[in-house]
Design a protein around this ligand. Structure first.
Ligand SMILES: Cc1cc2nc3c(=O)[nH]c(=O)nc-3n(C[C@H](O)[C@H](O)[C@H](O)COP(=O)(O)OP(=O)(O)OC[C@H]3O[C@@H](n4cnc5c(N)ncnc54)[C@H](O)[C@@H]3O)c2cc1C
Length: 384
């Protein structure tokens, strides 16, 4: 009997979902090969709770091994070449060939692009960085906490604002709030701008209610790590005691060097099918770029990687096995906005609506925080 092979590149949010749904939908003799550098899957949204003290590192990661027991072939290593024409990749020198590729390699974090930033640390978009921020924030008695969005684009548009509010909440819990100032310096003009002005105003309102200063359109130019001083492209400077930073993002090097990359380095895809310009080569999640009518790209967020992964897996089942129908991603997205103290806001809508995304902001409440905690629990239950 014929045997099909799908190579899923990346075992993060998009790759995990794509490989799992493909395994369920393809024929038993078909191969689903998940190629991932790490032996572990990290649930990135939980890093915000790690940096503010309500999760331990072992609670935000799981071994990918259980996927092998369900018939997904795991290959660990570094993908160094992608040939979309031949649907072939090179993994640590070995060539792997597929009938279809699903590229979900995420975004690469590049603090070294800002002089002094790598030395300063505080990159809470990594597990070690989130741990480091917690260690410093949980011992700070008096001083300045700076939350910095170094550049755009970056994944999870809400995360830096949530980080600031969660750190503020930590200071209140530790009863040092009156001795600590918190400030957000962001390279973007408004939070969650693609979701529209109502959402931006809502998030700025949440941040200000927490007594957090907010400086938009302030791009980080360099950091004096020993003097603990930030220099911005506006000419402004600021001192800090604790730094929590979203570093510059870029498409992974292996993608930038492949024919898949568009002019920005990210992979252009069909907004609905997620197919690249190469047959049976799909790309999903943060590594892609999807221009929207309002002139900005679809934000980089797990909710989109997750939705796109399901669409692509079902489409491939239809194409390779004649099962069901090809699917279309319709641009639905939603986002919890953690505010600390057991409170969260929530926004949901259609990001493909024209001429601009239609996103509604819901009133903050304890139930949204509970829903985010339930989402985390279900993530592990569903996929592991
Ligand atoms: C602190 C934080 C909070 C967040 N909160 C939310 C949230 O609340 N809601 C939301 O929707 N999104 C959130 N996000 C964003 C979300 O995590 C990402 O958008 C999502 O993970 C994208 O999925 P992906 O599959 O595209 O990439 P990733 O999940 O980043 O996966 C990419 C994978 O590819 C692997 N890889 C890369 N290059 C190679 C290579 N050369 N060889 C082998 N493997 C490679 C990486 O190791 C990685 O595992 C958050 C992110 C952070 C950092």
């Amino acid at each position: 009997m014929d045997r099909r092979t799908v190579l899923v590149l990346g075992g993060g949010v998009g790759g995990l979902v794509a490989a799992s749904v493909l395994r369920r939908e393809l024929a038993p003799q078909d191969r689903v090969v998940l190629v991932e550098r790490s032996t572990k899957h990290t649930f990135w949204p939980s890093l915000l709770w790690l940096m503010s003290g309500s999760r331990k590192p072992e609670q935000v990661q799981r071994n990918l091994e259980p996927l092998a027991r369900r018939g997904i072939e795991l290959r660990h290593g570094d993908i160094t070449e992608i040939d979309p024409e031949r649907r072939q990749v090179v993994l640590d020198g070995e060539e792997l060939l597929g009938d279809a590729l699903v590229v979900s390699l995420g975004a690469s974090l590049e603090p070294e692009r800002v002089p002094g930033l790598a030395e300063a640390g505080g990159n809470f978009y990594t597990l070690d960085g989130a741990k480091q921020v917690y260690e410093q924030a949980s011992t700070l008695q008096t001083g300045r906490v700076a939350v910095v969005v170094a550049d755009v684009p970056f994944k999870c548009p809400a995360a830096p604002y949530e980080a600031a509010m969660l750190l503020e909440s930590l200071m209140r819990r530790r009863k040092v709030r009156d001795q600590v100032t918190l400030t957000v310096y962001a390279a973007e003009p408004a939070p969650m701008g693609v979701a529209g002005p109502e959402v931006s105003r809502g998030v700025v309102g949440f941040v200000r209610q927490h007594g957090i200063d907010y400086h938009p359109s302030t791009k980080l130019a360099r950091v004096d790590a020993s003097g603990k001083r930030l220099h911005f492209d506006t000419g402004d400077q600021a001192e800090y005691d604790v730094l929590a930073v979203v570093p510059p993002h870029a498409a992974p090097e292996v993608v930038r060097n492949s024919p898949l990359a568009g002019p920005s380095g990210w992979i252009p895809i069909d907004a609905a099918t997620c197919e690249t310009r190469f047959d049976n080569v799909f790309a999903i999640g943060d590594v892609t770029t999807v221009p929207l009518k309002l002139g900005k790209p679809l934000p980089k967020a797990g909710v989109f990687a997750h939705g796109q992964a399901q669409v692509v897996a079902l489409t491939l089942a239809a194409r390779l096995r004649g099962r069901g129908q090809e699917q279309r991603f319709e641009g639905q997205g939603e986002c919890f906005i953690e505010m600390g103290g057991g409170l969260a806001g929530f926004a949901r809508g259609n990001f493909y609506a024209e001429p601009a995304p239609q996103v509604q902001m819901y009133r903050a409440g304890r139930h949204w925080h509970a829903a985010k905690v339930a989402f985390e629990r279900n993530w592990w239950r569903t996929w592991f």
